[in-house]
Design a protein around this ligand. Structure first.
Ligand code: AMP
Length: 413
């Protein structure tokens, strides 16, 4: 079965065409700066990648270009759209409605629209992607995979905020989490690497990239996570502040004369590594500057690692222990210095990093020392694979499309 995975961001549209039985990535690409004059489209697998300047007023135009590139031109991947059996869409906010991935129908579309208030840029973009696919491939079934659904298992004590209860009733203000597809994937893979059923494990999963989140997964069930009503909460990130004293918000608004939109912008786009270092949201640039002695860069680096360390401690307390800590995304997978700082001093908790394994490169791997009671594991995330697999499973179950349950995780290139 060929599944087209669509990940529509506010101004971008990433896609992959995968064949699940053959474990093959057939094509991939990204449309960037959708809606601006400088929009462009990268399409194709590594050596065949082409970059095309293209006008894309919106995600509808972007989907049309993607489908055209898949079926024609020098980097075409299939002969016709008939070779696409299903489409899987990544949706950021599924609210209380979706605790799992679902086949898309008009009711699902209406709920995604209703939830756009909680993730305005993302859910609206995803809806345009869904509508465009319906237009160009009306008979192809589609599945929605939500970033939030993995965290619908959180107990009320973890998802409620200590605000007047009426606000929860009126506006559904509560923790929804995000990056759920990534946490679900790395938890599953970590269990496979440990060769233990996930139901026997207490895991702390860390998605550390430009956006950062962590989750406590107790016997396969998510019991807490760091992102909240929106993806602004929790850890310090590239440009997002994460958790801060909420009284700071009215203080800054009053003293700097900022509107709600401006203070939102400040916390989402001008804070985190960028805000503290004044250099970049990219950890590599902050690391380079800190190694040259820049004090604010050193502080940013210290704060980022400390923020992760604090969540490790709190999730150990939440679960009453931990068997493995799993790291993924740009920083988690690649930055040995940050990993060293995160795990330094955690020996009393039975967490010991192996310096040599930490320095080595590789794919899925354990980097804890032989003496560490808690395993530390790196798993490169693969959200697209999870979306494709959910799509495959749902179509098999609900639409009776040929194929069986995929028993093994394929590693798509
Ligand atoms: P992501 O959002 O997962 O793409 O991660 C982006 C972040 O990962 C940026 O802050 C990058 O600086 C960081 N990153 C990527 N590669 C490395 C590396 N080799 N060393 C340190 N940081 C890295």
């Amino acid at each position: 079965m060929n599944v087209l995975v669509i990940n529509a961001g506010s101004s971008s549209l990433k896609y992959q065409l995968v064949n699940l039985e053959r474990k093959e990535l057939i094509a991939k690409g990204i449309c960037e700066r959708v809606g601006s004059n400088s929009a462009f489209h990268k399409h194709g697998l590594d050596e065949n990648e082409v970059v095309i300047d293209a006008k894309m007023a919106d995600h509808d135009d972007a989907i049309a270009l993607v489908l055209e590139s898949l079926t024609s031109g020098s980097a075409k991947a299939i002969d016709s759209l008939d070779e696409i059996d299903a489409v899987g869409h990544r949706i950021v906010q599924g609210g209380k409605y979706f605790d799992r991935s679902v086949l898309i129908d008009e009711d699902v579309v209406a709920k995604i629209d209703e939830l756009a208030e909680l993730a305005p840029l993302h859910n609206k973009a995803a809806l345009m992607g869904i509508r465009a696919c319906q237009k160009h491939m009306p008979s192809v079934p589609m599945v929605a995979v939500f970033d939030t659904s993995f965290f619908q298992t959180l107990p009320p004590k973890a998802y409620m905020y200590p605000l007047p209860y009426e606000l929860y009733e009126k506006y559904a203000i509560r923790k929804y989490g995000a990056h759920g597809t990534s946490h679900r994937y790395i938890a599953e893979r970590a269990a496979a690497v440990l060769d233990e059923p996930i139901e026997d494990l207490k895991l702390i999963t860390c998605h550390l990239g430009n956006g950062c989140s962590m989750a406590a997964i107790d016997h396969g069930v998510a019991v807490d996570t760091s992102m909240g009503l929106t993806p602004l909460d929790g850890l310090m990130m590239g440009t997002r502040c994460g958790a801060i004293d909420p009284a700071i918000v009215p203080f800054i608004m009053e003293h700097e004369g900022l509107s709600t939109a401006e203070v939102n912008d400040l916390m989402n786009k001008k804070s985190g590594l960028l805000g503290i270092s004044g250099i970049s949201n990219d950890l590599r640039s902050v690391r380079d500057a800190s190694e040259k002695g820049d004090e604010r860069a050193m502080l940013a680096y210290d704060m980022y690692s400390n923020s992760v360390k604090k969540y490790i401690g709190s999730y150990i307390a939440v679960m009453g222990g931990v068997d493995a800590i799993v790291l993924t995304a740009g920083v988690g997978e690649n930055c040995k210095k940050m990993r060293r700082m995160i795990f330094s001093g955690l020996q009393p908790l039975g967490i010991i990093l192996d310096e040599e394994k930490n320095r080595a490169r590789g794919f899925e791997r354990e980097i804890s020392s032989e003496n560490s009671q808690v395993k530390i594991i790196i798993i490169p995330t693969n959200e697209e694979y999870m979306i494709a697999r959910d799509t495959y499973d749902i179509l098999h179950e609900k639409v009776g499309v040929e194929g069986g349950v995929l028993d093994e995780v394929p590693m798509l290139a």
